[in-house]
Structures are given as C-alpha cells and as structure tokens.
Design a protein around this ligand. Structure first.
Ligand code: G4P
Length: 548
C-alpha cells in the first residue's frame, strides 16, 4: 500500500512541480493588457500604474509609445515608434507582493491585429473608457474578442475631472454596447466641476479630490456605515443625499461582486477615476491584484496545459524586427504557459521539429530588458531569432503539440504586390517572407497564377511594408488593387465530392493559399459569401485561420 502511495506521489511530482517556490511564483503573477479606443487614457493609466510600482520615476516615460494621429506618411516617426515599442512591449514591475506584466496593445486601428494577437497572451484585461465619449468603436471590437474568449475584464471609466455622461447611463451603455454585465466597485461623487471624489464600494471608504488644484487626493475617509451623519459634513447635505440614493439604487439594480463570475468572464467590475490626476488608480490597482487571475491553463491541439506542469511550454505571440537593418535578427516574444524557461536549456520548436537553445533570453522591465536565467508561467521572454519563428509557434520540452487561439483574422484591405526592380526579386521575396512572419500583414498566393496578394487590417501597413522592404531589404514594390472584401478559410466536408470540385472550378480566380498552405477564398462582397454558402453548403467558410 505504502509503495503504491509513493509511486503515485512520484508520478504526480513529475507531472506537476510541487515545490512551493514554483507555485508561489505562478500565483503572484498578473499578466494583463489595457485596451481602449485611442485617447481614452490607456497610456496615462499605464504610466500611473508604473509609478505606483516604483518602476519609473516620472511621468512621460511611456507616453511616446503612441502612433501619433496623422503619422501615416511620416516614416521616421514609424521607425521611431517601432524602436520605442520594443521597449514598452512588456512592462513588468513588482507591486506589493505581486509581479505585474502589462502587455502593450496598440490602440491605432491599423495595428488591431497586433492587439488581437497580444490578447492571446494575457490572463485578464482592463478596459479604459472616456467618461464623455462613452463606448467607442475600437473598444467594441477589442472587448468582443475578449468576451468570446471569456477573458476576465475590469472597466475603468476615466477623465472624471471633466464633464461627462451620467454614471448610470454610462454603465447602461457599457452593458448594451459591449454586452457585459457590470457591477460598480466605486462610484463618483459629482462630476466635472462638481467632482468631489469617489466612494469606494470595495474598501467602503471615500477618496476626496482636492478642491483647487484638482491634482491630489486630499484624504481617504473610511465609512463602514453610509448613513453616518459625518458624510454631510464632508461632502455637503445635497451630495450626501444623492450618494445615499445612488448607492441604494446600485444595491437594487446591480449584482454584488463575485470573483468566480468575474474570473469566468461573466461579470465585469467597474471603477471610476481620473488617470491624469492619479485619482482612483491606486484603488483600481489594489483591487486588481486581489481579484485578477494568476496565469491560467491554455488549450493546445492535443490537451489542456496547466501552468503548474513541470515541463516548459510556451508560444510566440509577437515578433519584432531589429531596428538596425545590418542585423537581421529579430526578437520573438514568448508567453510561458507551463514549467520554467531556463537559459541555455534545449527546447523543441514543434513546427520545425528542431531543438533550439537560447543563451540570452530577455526579460522585460519598465524601461529596459535584461538577460534572465529563469522565467515562470505568465512571464514574457524575448528570444533572439534569426528566422526560425513565426507567430503562433510553440516551444516545448519535446511534446508534440501546438497552442491554439492564435489565429489570423481576415484582413480588410487587399492589394497585389508587384516587383518594381527585377534585379532584386530574391530580396523582395525574402523581405515579404520575413515581414509576414512578423505579422505585419498576411500573404495570399493565388492558385491560378501564383500572383501574391497582401492583406492588411489598415491602409497604413502598405506604406510600412513598402518602406521597410526598401530600407531593410533593398527591394522595391508597387501595389495594384485586388477586389476582395474578406478572406474566408475553406474547409470542405468532403474534399472528394462533386460540390467541392464545382466550388473550385467556379471560384478559381479567387482561390489562394495562405502562408501555411491553407486554402482561402478571397470573396469580393458579403453577398458573394452568402451566395457561396447557400450554393455550396458542404464547403465551410471561416473568417479566422483556425477555422472556428
Ligand atoms: P491613449 O493612450 O488611450 O491614446 O490616451 P492617452 O493616455 O495618451 O490620453 C489621451 C489624452 O487624454 C491626453 O491628452 C491625456 O493627457 C488625456 N487624459 C488622460 N487621462 C485623463 C484624465 O483623467 N483627465 C483628463 N482631463 N485628461 C486625461 P493630450 O492633450 O492628447 O496629450 P498630452 O498633451 O496631455 O500628452
């Protein structure tokens, strides 16, 4: 009996690391992204979080990581942004006993695909909304992706120092437009000119916003009983009455907070504040570290992988090219899913069936990167790469599996790419190949004539590609319109039936292969997609490369 018990114990210990340090390291990690429509205050909030963590000393350090409005043809600006965004791709810092990893998500809509991919590597998100503008387009798109994946979300309503929408109306808007179920964790006392502070439902206290300068938190006063007559003295009788009424309404209308529901992605706590004035940010952060999830398991094509497993596994969610064109190496960003990633240990690159060792894996801190010996689940490691990695690649200790959930989404713009300098066709090919691996855009090769079509999320990418091909690879290209509306990945129920043969014959001109060789139908309109689906019901069309 004892021997049997010991054997089971050994098997268990081999599968899951049971030493306390390892599980503690996982539990203390919080890896998340901040998403918003441009200008809602994502950069300002990120910066304030870093200041709290003591990771930066002054405001303005992250600020420059933004693609400025109207920068579409300013290539030096794009290059500069690329440089800065390596440094701010992952911002890690310690706060209290937690290790926080913030993954940067570009707000610019032309880089939305980059943001979608980064969302595959976060364990939770904070959604920032401008109190005056309410729910905007980009927020809707990003939240939809998070909702589909049940990513736990916290909402931060920002710019309370300005006149904005009524707090209840705004929560209504969030529920309707974003299809979320919210529960306020804090509530504003007045707004704009009359903004006095915030009642914190989580900690049951009031934070007052100082009158004149409107720059500081004046005081935090604890209120275990909201009917305490002291409230009148502090915020005035009118505001006190209003606050009591509002809190009563909240308790009647909104569900109380449940961590379980939040973690399941079914309930979203809401905070109010002003990032610029550092108001409500500490409350957000303190609550976040308590309730937000530590690294969670991830599905691979063969099984669910838990962070506590001994063997290392991870996947590439971002690739960044070297800024210096003389050095072709790139930085591949890996999210560690399980086990520990160790320097100089051989790992298996599943797609290439190749063993690779990394002598200088980088970890990221607020403003710098450093070589690290060991990284834990939830951490992001930057690996120098000479062309082995593509986005979505999996690293393991030998197990053959691929992490799921890193699909390509259908691009919105399509253009033929032509070689403008026949002497440089090799360079052009190499350049296109590498830029596609980085995920700058998607390449489709037409079946009929092998012509190449580049698909992008935004028009800006075409200029970026043209510029980078010329400056980094010495190749020149031109574009020509290709009349496609959407890329549909094709999966026939029966590749040998008549219907599929007929589909191929009729749609011949619009069939292509993506970079993995998967068949794609480049449809010219929504109408065509509908017609095709009804005419060829056994030929399934999907809008992501994972065909789900
Ligand atoms: P983003 O990353 O989401 O695009 O937004 P960002 O933080 O850059 O903020 C956009 C603008 O909103 C900035 O002003 C910023 O100062 C301002 N802002 C952020 N939080 C608050 C807040 O709580 N209250 C108020 N009143 N404004 C806020 P800007 O003029 O565009 O830039 P800057 O000149 O201040 O850098």
């Amino acid at each position: 009996m004892f021997i049997l018990f010991q054997a089971i114990n050994t098997i268990f210990a081999n599968l899951f690391k049971t030493d306390m340090n390892f599980t503690d390291e996982i539990k203390r990690r919080r890896t998340f992204g901040i998403i918003s429509h441009p200008d809602a205050g994502k950069t300002t909030l990120t910066e304030k979080l870093l200041l709290f963590g003591g990771a930066i000393q002054e405001a303005g350090a992250v600020k420059n990581n933004k693609i400025k409005k109207g920068a579409t043809s300013d290539f030096m600006e794009i290059e500069r942004q690329r440089g800065i965004s390596v440094a701010t791709s992952v911002l890690a810092f310690n706060y209290k006993d937690k290790k926080i990893n913030i993954l940067d998500t570009p707000g610019h809509k032309d880089f939305a695909e980059d943001t979608f991919r980064t969302l595959t590597a976060v364990d939770s998100v904070i959604v920032v909304i401008d109190v005056a503008k309410g729910v905007e387009e980009q927020t809707e798109k990003l939240v939809q992706v998070c909702r589909m994946r049940n990513i736990p979300m916290i909402v931060f309503i920002n710019k309370l120092d300005r006149e904005g929408k009524d707090a209840f109306d705004l929560m209504d808007e969030v529920e309707k437009k974003l299809q979320l179920k919210v529960t306020p964790m804090s509530f504003p006392i007045g707004m704009g000119y009359d903004f006095q502070g915030i009642y914190n439902l989580w900690e049951k206290n009031i934070n007052l916003f100082s009158g004149d300068s409107r720059k500081n938190i004046e005081d935090t006063i604890a209120f275990s009983d909201i009917n305490n007559p002291e409230l009148e003295k502090i915020i005035g009788p009118k505001a006190a009455d209003k606050l009591r009424e509002e809190l009563e309404l909240i308790s009647e209308v909104y569900p109380s907070f449940s961590q379980e529901e939040y973690l399941a992605g079914h309930l979203q706590p809401v905070f109010f504040g002003s990032a610029l004035n550092n108001f409500g940010v500490r409350e957000l952060l303190d609550c976040f570290i308590e309730i937000a999830p530590s690294p969670r398991g991830k599905h691979s094509d063969t099984r669910m992988v838990e962070p506590t497993e001994t063997k290392m596994s991870g996947f590439v969610f971002k690739i960044h090219a070297n800024m210096d064109p003389k050095h072709r190496d790139r930085l591949a960003f890996i999210k560690i899913v399980s086990g520990t990633f160790e320097r100089n240990k051989p790992y298996s690159h599943v797609r290439l069936n190749k063993s690779l060792k990394f002598s200088s894996p980088n970890a990221f801190f607020a403003e710098k990167k450093e070589i690290v010996d060991i990284s834990y689940p939830g951490d992001i490691v930057g690996l120098h790469d000479t062309g082995n990695f593509k986005i979505g690649d999996t690293l393991t200790e030998g197990e053959v599996m691929n992490f799921r959930g890193i699909p390509s989404f259908s691009p919105e713009h399509f253009r033929y790419i032509n070689n403008a300098d026949p002497m440089k066709s090799k360079q052009l090919e190499k350049g296109i190949d590498q830029l596609m691996d980085e995920g700058v855009a998607q390449l489709f090769t037409l079946e009929m004539n092998n012509r190449k079509v580049i698909g992008t999320v935004g028009a800006l990418q075409y200029e970026v590609i043209q510029y980078r091909l010329e400056h980094e690879y010495g190749a020149k290209c031109t574009y020509e319109n290709f009349p496609a509306h959407k890329a549909c990945w094709v999966r026939p129920e029966n590749p040998k039936n008549e219907e599929f043969a007929e589909f191929r014959r009729i749609k011949q001109k619009f069939l292509a292969h993506d970079k993995y060789g998967q068949l794609v139908f480049l449809a010219d309109s929504e109408f065509t997609i509908q017609m095709t689906q009804s005419k060829f019901p056994t030929v399934k069309l999907f809008f992501t490369s994972e065909m789900e």
